[in-house]
Structures are given as structure tokens and as C-alpha cells.
Design a protein around this ligand. Sequence first.
Ligand SMILES: C[S@@+](CC[C@H](N)C(=O)[O-])C[C@H]1O[C@@H](n2cnc3c(N)ncnc32)[C@H](O)[C@@H]1O
Length: 381
Amino acid sequence: MKKIIESIYVVCPPGLENIAAREMEEVGLLASDEKPVIIPGSGGIEFSGGIPALVQANYSLRSATRILVRMGSFIATGFPELKRKVKRLPWQQFLQKDSRLALRVTCKKSRLYHSGAVEERVLAAIRSATGYKLPVVKDDSETTAQLIVVRLQRDKCTISIDASGEALYRRGYRQAVAKAPLRENIAAAMLLSSGWDGEAPLVDPFCGSGTIPLEAALMSRGINPGSQRQFAFQKWPMFDMKQWEMFQEKFTGQPLDKQPIIIAADRDAGAIDACKANAERAAVLENLTVINQSFSAIIPPENGPGWIVSNLPYGVRVSKNKDLRNLYTKMGTVFREKFSGWRFTLLVNDLQLFGHSRLKHAKPVGFSNGGVRVFLVRGKI
Ligand SMILES: C[S@@+](CC[C@H](N)C(=O)[O-])C[C@H]1O[C@@H](n2cnc3c(N)ncnc32)[C@H](O)[C@@H]1O
């Protein structure tokens, strides 16, 4: 029988492919001899794997944005050829009579260059293959529609179907947001790349709505990021719902023996309220010490040194640049005075501004945070 799933594509923030690939390895998604395809900056990692891998990737990867299934790839230089080859794919396994579709089509350096015309032919072929009406929603961010991604590059057409539905960084726990909230998968990627061992204390002195401390608590409790939400694949005819509970049981992590101290602090009272409300919804409030105070007043826990992981105030988003220069200078001084021997992983959008802290660091990792260029800066105080 022909393979239903050609390969699986893990979408992540462009620039964070290596962190996501390491997580895939750590959770056991890759066969021991498998080398996933990683193109730096592409925003994705391709690997082989069947339905269990697809379910596990959705359910347990903390740094991923969404998971796509590659249904097939083929050369198409004309519309009849495109329709014929799209029609051959196993659509019945993924679509139901009442499915609604959203299509994302891109054409690059190909004879079929008009994305609207390609979309029309692909849709006609899917409708003809299934016999279903399949209405199309124009807004592809609509999470109840089944997203199909069509990519034409140098006449090679790749057809993928989204297995996640709503983006994976929407864990389901965050409703209250403070200023400039961070996506949950980026917070998780920061923690994964920080080298935090899960035992030493962790401090976020600029916690906002608490995304980083919450993700840290979910990790230390062994709670899967997908445990509070639904996925697009659960509606696929090929997916056996009876197996779902079995999958969940199999992939449920174990809490660490000793829970670490996780401090979430912010000087803004509204942000602290949001942090507490989110932590309660995620059922991890008891794992956090939430404090409403300025970073300069924080007293480091005694069982340090530990890790500072934080998303620093951004020039363009939180306050004016002049104030921020002083804040970064003071942060460097406070960290040196109080947190000697601690490690830090900080998210910044302006390396020159960060220079005012005079904190020594390794080469920053640049990536795109929802279209804004940002950097992960890591070092030891
Ligand atoms: C970029 S936001 C952090 C967003 C957070 N990661 C989230 O997901 O919601 C920066 C935070 O720094 C806080 N902040 C600014 N100056 C501060 C100070 N001196 N001490 C403590 N927090 C401060 C702001 O209130 C804001 O919540």
C-alpha cells in the first residue's frame, strides 16, 4: 500500500531550528539513525515518521509552532498535470464530508506561477477526489478550517496538510496577557536552550504575564504542552479515537522528584495578576513564587546559583529608549552584585542596548519573533 504520510514537517520560529531539532531528539521522535532535514532559517525540520510520531510531535513538542504532514511532492508544469497528481493523493483519509478548507499557496520560480489559479485547480482536484463540497474560508487563521499548504518551487509541488489546528503555542492556559506577551513556544525554546537542569532555581525578573515561568513549571511537572487542547488530526477519518487515550498515557511525562524554585517577578501589578491567573489555569500556581517588585529588589534564592531566563523590556514595545539604557545598565550591575555564578538566557531586540549591561555573553542566536528580529543572549555572570 502507498504510504499515506510521506514525511512530517515541524514548523518552528525561523532561526530556532537547531533548538527544536534537539528537543525532537530528546523526546525520542527521531529514529536512532535518523538525521532530520534542517535548513537554517527555513522555519522547519523534516523527518520521517508515521501516525504515532505525528501525535507525539503535536502533544509533546514545546518549541514547535505547528506540525504539517507532507502528503506528497511531484513535478507539475501544467494545470492538467497538477490536477491529476493532486487527485491521486489520499484525501479521503484526512477530510470529512463537512470539512471546511483554508489554503495557503506559494509559487516560486515555477511555470505555474499564479497562486490563485493553482489554488483553484488544487481545490477542484480535491473536490473531485472526495466528492465533497468543501467550502473554503478566506481567512487562513480560522482555526476550525482544515489548512492545506501548497508550495511550488522550481516546478516541484509539495502538498502538506496541517495536523495541529490552532497554533501549538496556544496551549489553552493563557487568557490573561500583559504588555508584549511572548509566544509559549519561544519561552520553551529559551528554557530548552538555556541548559536549565530543572533542579536549580530559575528566576524571571521581567515576567509579564508569566509565560517563561509557566513553561518552566510545566516542564518540571512533566505536563505535556498539548494536554489542555484539541488538534486538527483528531477530526481526520484515518485517526482512530480509541487510540487517543492510549497515546496520551504513553506520552505523559513524569514530574521531577524535587520541584525547583521558580520565581516570577515584575514591577507591574497588572502583569502579576495576569501571571497568577494564567498559572492557576495551567494548574501550576503552587510551583511558582510570584512577586510584584522591581528587578533591583529581588533576593536570589539561597540554593543558587541557578538560571535567569527572561524576555527583557523592548524599546519599541514597552518604554522609551532613554529609560531602557538606564534599566539595562542597572540590570548589569544588579546581576553582578547579587547573581554571581548564575547563568542567563535573555531575549533582546537590540544588541547595542543590551551592551549597556556589560554582561559577557556567547554569540547571540538571532531569530524572527512574529516578524520582529530578536536575539537570544546567553552567558554566565
Ligand atoms: C517584554 S515584557 C515581558 C513579557 C513576558 N515575557 C510575557 O510573556 O508576558 C517586559 C516586562 O518587564 C517589566 N518591567 C519593566 N521594567 C521593570 C523593572 N524595573 N522591574 C521589573 N519589571 C520591569 C514590564 O512590566 C513588562 O511586563
